[in-house]
Design a protein around this ligand. Structure first.
Ligand code: TXA
Ligand code: MG
Length: 332
């Protein structure tokens, strides 16, 4: 997988756009973000308008390095320093008590702020050249699949004058492919709000303490709504040992299947569309949204996904598949 070398002319254009309150789609190692100057209220509002996202949802503030933590957060616990030291720059978002710099439009009016220092060379170059922090949710319309290529952003949000984004930076396909792990450190104990490629076990090792699951009073994370990450085509996840019989029952439909190559080969009847799934959790996650986009564009009546293995490294993939299934059901 290639990441094109950073184009400093494009970065300079993007900085101009951000300085005048515009929106830039920027590749990060997880997914593409829709970025605006985090200190410009009107610019952050424009993100919500472009996405069609409810205004009370918080957005993540992206920073160039861990020194920015104290600009954006207060009463920062040692656990936050430990996780930043272990995983930044990288696919981890820390939820901390907000400082006065964090605007209500960024925090969704909550007392906390989500901070992430991305590792992707294009995101890093943009943050360095801009010299400030960037508010950025994933660069997709609300409820749709997250984009992992510039083409996904072009197809979903579009570039001005016809589309919603002032400038789309093309930094290639995102190497992680699913959204960052979100851990809340604003309460009595660390809480995992969204699983990601930084696993619970990795967090617990770095912290030396257990990481809890959110309870009912946990802060809202729109990524935790069940109706998220939805393809348009109805999607179901089927245990691998029942895949053959399920496909036989759906024989009258045009079905698009995501399953390991060996499983696809062993099927009696060939599905209309098939994509071989990786058996490695890192590669599976990297390809997941591109695969789902492709399956969704296959004009199938149904998407059937062979359930991946269980285990901690697969937790984030299971989480996204479960939401894709719930979201596609809610749509139909
Ligand atoms: O990997 C990622 O996190 C990507 C890239 C662009 O950085 N961003 C991303 O943003 O996935 P978004 O907005 O699509 O999802 C971020 C999640 C949302 O569910 C939001 O509610 C949650 O983070 N969030 C942000 N600030 C929060 C806060 N203060 N408390 C709780 N959740 C927060
Ligand atoms: Mg999102």
């Amino acid at each position: 997988m290639d990441t094109p070398t950073v184009d400093s002319t494009r970065i300079a254009q993007a900085v101009e756009v951000l300085k005048r309150g515009g929106l830039v789609a920027v590749p990060t190692e997880t997914v593409y973000g829709l970025a605006a100057d985090a200190t410009n209220e009107a610019a952050v509002r424009a993100i919500f308008a472009a996405k069609g996202r409810p205004a009370d949802h918080p957005v993540i503030v992206h920073v160039a390095d861990a020194n920015a933590i104290d600009d954006w957060a207060r009463d920062v616990p040692e656990s936050a320093r430990a996780l930043a030291a272990a995983f930044w720059p990288g696919p981890l978002t820390l939820v901390l008590k907000r400082s006065p710099r964090a605007l209500d439009v960024v925090t969704g009016g909550q007392d906390t702020v989500g901070l992430r220092c991305p590792a992707h060379p294009w995101a890093q170059a943009l943050l360095q050249a801009f010299g400030g922090a960037l508010a950025a949710p994933s660069a997709n319309r609300f409820g749709r699949l997250s984009p992992t290529t510039a083409e996904h952003v072009r197809a979903d949000l579009g570039e001005k004058p016809a589309g919603a984004v002032d400038l789309i930076l093309d930094g290639g396909a995102c190497p992680v492919g699913i959204e960052s792990t979100i851990v809340d450190l604003s309460g009595a104990q660390p809480t995992l709000l969204r699983p990601g490629s930084v696993t619970r076990m990795a967090l617990e090792q770095a912290l030396g303490t257990p990481v809890a699951d959110p309870d009912a009073d946990a802060p809202r994370a729109s990524g935790t709504l069940e109706r998220h990450y939805a393809p348009r085509t109805p999607l179901e996840v089927v245990p691998v040992d029942r895949l053959g019989s399920r496909l036989a029952a759906l024989f009258h439909l045009r079905v698009a299947v995501l399953a390991p190559a060996a499983v696809l080969q062993a099927l009696r009847a060939q599905p209309a569309v098939e994509i071989p799934a990786s058996e490695d959790p890192v590669a599976y996650a990297r390809e997941l949204y591109a695969d789902l986009h492709q399956l969704d564009q296959a004009a199938a009546d149904r998407i059937v996904v062979s359930a991946p293995p269980t285990g901690g490294e697969w937790a984030a993939v299971h989480d996204r598949l479960r939401r894709a299934q719930a979201g596609s059901r809610a749509r139909h």
